[in-house]
Design a protein around this ligand. Structure first.
Ligand SMILES: *[C@@H]1O[C@H](CO)[C@@H](O)[C@H](O)[C@H]1NC(C)=O
Ligand SMILES: *[C@@H]1O[C@H](CO)[C@@H](O)[C@H](O)[C@H]1NC(C)=O
Length: 312
């Protein structure tokens, strides 16, 4: 089987690059399980020759489920040029004076960080929704001057995010659940919008074609690999997103991760993070169901067991 896979891999490399990733995938569909997964990863990290023509096919690559390294300079450049919006310099345009609309996640993170919260930091929030409603990161930006990035897949929500004049970078795209960029049909539904399994290229009401980007590529586009807080709430795609992260190349200190919609269940999520050296600090729930998150902290940052802050 390995030999067959290796043979196929070589034939994929010698494939004429331009035409059909779909052909490659069809071939792959005949393989199974781990062999296929390994091959997919290998093909995904295949480097294409960097000629002028390649910039044309980069458009293809951005859409294809098989493509280039997460740190490919062309991908990083494309993200900077097209998907990354700088922090606003205009006054906030928020609908409430409440600087902490989070449903409890931000309080847990602040409790973990203690006085360090005042030293500044960098956050990621995905999905960012409208940039204000139940935002887990607004308080860090507004009260403590942190920088960060808001990532929102639904183009309608993203427009609203931009109008709030947050001091954070903003990305109009979804986080990829594969270690390469790809395009998906995104179900638009304010706070419960998500990546769908529909084929792209259709005009379907309530759906938008959205570019997904690997989180690591976005961080590289921002020249940063240190993250003090990562708020992840993507309606079931959480574990898929986490699995794309090259954990040895980034330093993500704390996370809140929604666990309620993941098909693999909350224990799989917890297990995955614990294996990476994180501690499950607390579970945040809300009587109205507006929070169902695990709070994770890097074990080395909190080697002693401390009682988490009480929460509702
Ligand atoms: C998509 O369909 C709607 C109505 O079904 C139509 O009004 C709209 O022009 C279509 N858009 C495109 C890009 O084809
Ligand atoms: C990251 O670094 C590159 C190269 O030095 C620079 O062009 C770019 O503006 C930087 N981007 C950010 C967000 O700091």
């Amino acid at each position: 089987m390995i030999l067959l896979a290796a043979g196929l891999f070589v034939s994929l490399i010698t494939f004429d690059v331009s035409p059909s990733y779909s052909k490659v995938l069809t071939k792959m569909d005949t393989l199974e399980g781990a062999v296929k997964d390994r091959l997919l990863v290998e093909v995904a990290s295949m480097r294409l020759p960097g000629t002028e023509e390649e910039m044309v096919s980069l458009d293809q690559i951005m859409k294809a489920p098989v493509s280039l390294n997460q740190d490919d300079p062309r991908l990083i450049q494309r993200i900077r040029a097209k998907y990354l919006f700088p922090p606003s310099t205009n006054p906030y345009s928020l609908s409430s004076a409440n600087s902490d609309p989070s449903m409890g996640q931000s309080k847990q993170i602040r409790h973990i960080l203690g006085d360090k919260v005042k030293e500044g930091g960098f956050f990621i929030e995905c999905g960012a929704l409208d940039g204000e409603t139940r935002s887990n990161t607004l308080v860090f930006e507004k009260e403590y001057g942190w920088r960060g990035v808001l990532i929102e897949g639904d183009p309608k929500n993203f427009e609203v995010v931009r109008k709030k004049n947050r001091r954070a970078w903003a990305v109009n795209g979804c986080l990829s659940t594969s270690p390469y960029p790809n395009v998906v049909m995104f179900k638009q539904s304010f706070n419960v919008g998500k990546i769908s399994s529909l084929e792209t290229g259709q005009n379907k009401s309530g759906y938008a074609e959205v570019q997904c980007l690997p989180l690591y590529s976005i961080l590289l586009a921002l020249n940063t690999t240190t993250v003090d807080y990562f708020s992840l709430d993507v309606e079931g795609a959480e574990l898929g997103v986490l699995r794309t992260i090259p954990w040895d190349k980034v330093n993500i200190k704390t996370l809140s991760v929604e666990f309620i919609h993941g098909v693999e269940g909350k224990e799989a999520l917890r297990h995955y993070m614990e294996k990476l050296g994180y501690r499950m600090y607390s579970e945040v729930t809300h009587p109205g169901g507006l929070a169902n998150d695990y709070i994770f902290v890097k074990r080395e940052l909190m080697p002693h067991t401390e009682e988490p802050e009480e929460h509702s």
